[in-house]
Design a protein around this ligand. Structure first.
Ligand code: SF4
Length: 92
């Protein structure tokens, strides 16, 4: 079964061609080819918590700590954690 990417689950519309791209830009998770296939996702779609700049355009990540704590509360992170057996230590 095909696994959902974050933009499909969250309906952020920030994938290439998405309706929010003109306003918010393409999210780096959708184009990060180095993460393609991780946890069964397309590009960074199932490891978005590891990719800088995915919270929003106003909050560029300078350290991993703020992102780490907010991602641990995210329902998509919890979904991937359940489906793929992630440990919180997978967040860098
Ligand atoms: S990480 Fe990016 S693509 Fe994924 S849900 Fe958040 S804004 Fe959308």
């Amino acid at each position: 079964m095909r696994k959902q990417n974050c933009w499909e689950f969250k309906q952020c519309k920030r994938e290439p061609g998405g309706s929010n791209v003109s306003k918010l830009g393409v999210c780096p998770a959708t184009t990060e080819v180095r993460a393609n296939g991780f946890n069964g996702g397309k590009n960074g779609g199932r490891v978005c918590w590891t990719i800088a700049g995915t919270l929003n355009r106003a909050k560029v990540q300078s350290t991993s700590s703020p992102k780490k704590s907010s991602c641990q509360k995210c329902n998509f992170f919890k979904k991937v954690q359940t489906e793929d057996g992630l440990d919180f230590s997978d967040i860098k």
